[in-house]
Design a protein around this ligand. Structure first.
Ligand SMILES: Cc1cc2nc3c(=O)[nH]c(=O)nc-3n(C[C@H](O)[C@H](O)[C@H](O)COP(=O)(O)O)c2cc1C
Length: 458
């Protein structure tokens, strides 16, 4: 087990992320997401708490699987309305020095060139603090809104994403050689054209012939995150991801997911610990265990279970309006996210989930567990999860804004630091150096390093 726990904050640019109903509390400010100050304040709190980063999820489309209608999602604000996460990054980067920014951008709907240019821009503006959460998009509603007749088949989305990444590596790693950038004012030479190369790619899904128009950013390729846990998704993660985000509701399920991931990394020719694994988890912490439990009880009363049903239906691709609350969830393959349903059915054979169990569970914190207590109780529990499952840290979900992260920074971080289980200062350097300690750039045997000019895949 790593000696120190890593934290990211798991957010989305919306009112309701993973705790439908909580925005209605009088002292909650989730609706503040439209205000730049909301994000700047949050970034400062997280940096004060030495969080590695803020992880910004994103979806394209809305949750309209439940009852074949978007009404429930719209009424309860279940991840709709939602704004683009990308513009939040420069805002928060400008107000901080070390905090990382994991931003979700889908490979489903735009040319790799445009996405690569946007992430390079963010990496420049943040001084090398950007990570990309690679998603393939699982909502039919998104596919239809973006001009596709239907969502692509599940495994085909990953196969296409593999080629997408290859094009991005070529742009980020292969177009500008080291030394191409001269910035020689005396000679009036900004860049050396002889060391800048057109990328030629003629693949099954993408074609490209051109020079990458951005000068190399501090990390070139942003730190690569991935969160899809199906068999094909895990294979994709093992090939590309440097950080992997797992959503599993039980310890057994999480341990199993981590073991599978580490084995797949080896299979892909990488060291089993070459990717950091983060578990989704929600912390409710207060000065005393009684206060924390009382707050948890209030959250459960305030939760919107119909909002949770809309989310769960969207994640699994199953219209749960046709199920009775006591029906057991069983695994079937769907075109949507396969790991979401698996985590409430086949992932942990010791746990049987009814629809009611799963909806009550996801209503506070989504697919991850909830840990409630005073700082000592919560720290004990997080350390036990680390030890028992082999993860490197947590992507922490929130219930109330801004309270959840304030409480973690005020109560939990100092307790973990007292135990030597949490850093007391940031490492210097880019996000990749802080997280992986292995240079600012992708390193062999990561596949991306092979696309450098002169590399064996260039
Ligand atoms: C913890 C976690 C967070 C995720 N966040 C996002 C997200 O922000 N946007 C998105 O489109 N998909 C997100 N996903 C979905 C995955 O990227 C993936 O598309 C989905 O799980 C389907 O792939 P799978 O069948 O391999 O699991 C997330 C999944 C997990 C487990």
């Amino acid at each position: 087990m790593p000696s120190q726990i890593r934290f990211n904050a798991f957010m989305m640019n919306c009112v309701v992320h993973l705790a439908p109903g909580q925005w209605t509390a009088p002292d909650d400010n989730s609706v503040g997401y439209l205000d730049p100050g909301y994000w700047v304040d949050l970034a400062k709190v997280l940096e004060k708490g030495l969080f590695d980063g803020i992880f910004l999820g994103d979806i394209t489309g809305i949750y309209d699987v439940l009852g074949d209608s978007a009404d429930t999602a719209l009424r309860t604000a279940a991840q709709v309305p939602m704004n683009d996460p990308v513009p939040l990054v420069p805002l928060m980067a400008h107000a901080t020095r070390h905090l990382g920014f994991g931003v979700t951008v889908s490979v489903a709907y735009e040319a790799p060139y445009l996405l690569a240019r946007r992430l390079t821009t963010l990496d420049h503006l943040s001084g090398g603090r950007v990570a990309w959460n690679i998603v393939t998009s699982y909502l039919e509603s998104g596919a239809r809104s973006l001009g596709q007749r239907e969502l692509r088949a599940h495994d085909e989305r990953y196969e296409r994403a593999d080629e997408y990444l290859e094009v991005c590596y070529k742009l980020w790693e292969g177009s500008w050689e080291d030394g191409a950038l001269q910035r020689d004012a005396q000679r009036g030479v900004y860049a050396d054209p002889a060391r800048i190369h057109a990328i030629k790619h003629d693949g099954r899904h993408f074609q490209l012939d051109g020079v990458f128009q951005c000068e190399p950013s501090p990390q070139r390729t942003p730190v690569l995150f991935q969160a899809g846990g199906s068999a094909r998704g895990t294979q994709f993660a093992a090939r590309h991801a440097e950080c992997i985000f797992v959503g599993a509701p039980t310890r057994n399920g999480l341990r199993k997911s981590v073991q599978t991931l580490r084995a797949e990394l080896e299979e892909a020719g990488r060291a089993p610990d070459s990717a950091q694994v983060y578990a989704m988890l929600t912390v409710i912490v207060d000065e005393t265990g009684e206060k924390a439990q009382a707050r948890y009880a209030t959250y459960k009363q305030r939760a919107s279970y119909e909002g949770a049903l809309a989310l769960l239906s969207g994640w699994t691709g199953i219209d749960l309006s046709g199920y009775a609350p006591d029906d057991t969830l069983t695994y079937v393959d769907t075109k949507a996210g396969q790991s979401a349903l698996a985590s409430f059915s086949k992932l942990d054979p010791e746990r049987v989930w009814t629809v009611r169990d799963a909806v009550e569970f996801v209503a506070i914190g989504g697919r991850g567990p909830v840990v409630v207590g005073d700082p000592v109780q919560v720290a004990d529990e997080l350390q036990a999860w680390m030890e028992d499952t082999g993860i490197d840290g947590f992507n922490l979900a929130w219930v109330e804004s801004p309270r959840t992260f304030h409480d973690i920074v005020e109560y939990l971080v100092p307790e973990l630091q007292r135990r030597g289980a949490y850093k007391t200062s940031y490492a210097e350097g880019t996000l990749r150096e802080k997280l992986l300690g292995n240079g600012a750039r992708l390193q062999a045997p990561h596949i991306g390093a092979r696309f450098r000019h002169g590399g064996d895949a260039a």
